[in-house]
Ligand binder design. Sequence first.
Ligand code: OFO
Length: 173
Amino acid sequence: MLSERMLKALNEQLNRELYSAYLYFAMGAYFDDLNLEGFASWMKAQAEEELGHALRFYNYIYDRNGRVELKAIEQPPKEWESPLAAFEAAYKHEQFISKCINELATLAEEEKDYSTRAFLEWFINEQVEEEASVKKIVDKLKFTKDNPQVLFMLDQELGQRAPQLPNLLLQGG
Ligand code: OFO
């Protein structure tokens, strides 16, 4: 049985994961608007992954006999100054999520809720990967220095990461 505090914190994180998906969809839309389809594809794949994170929290809450409570999802920004600014914002967001996951783990320890602590282990490891993959792109974008040719090459590279639900996400079907 989850404590009230733990349940509330898990529901808050579920909301943050949904916001992460929303944010990356917004970034995908920004890149689609710039006709940078590879960047957009990467962002939509990331958004999809975030929905997976949200579902992990959703399922875990029920596995522990809790109740999922869905709150309003904050509206994400629509525009960024440049592709670099968008990825820098994504990196900052991932650092924030890592901090939230660490705080959840601290709370689980305080509550002596070792099941939740164990559940969070996957997210602790995942955040290392999330931060690293976004940081790599930030560094590459800094390197392009707005050179359109290099940006185009990077767009092709990022386009190799496609959402798993391409029919739904790319064709709106
Ligand atoms: Fe991007 O890892 Fe979840 O939020």
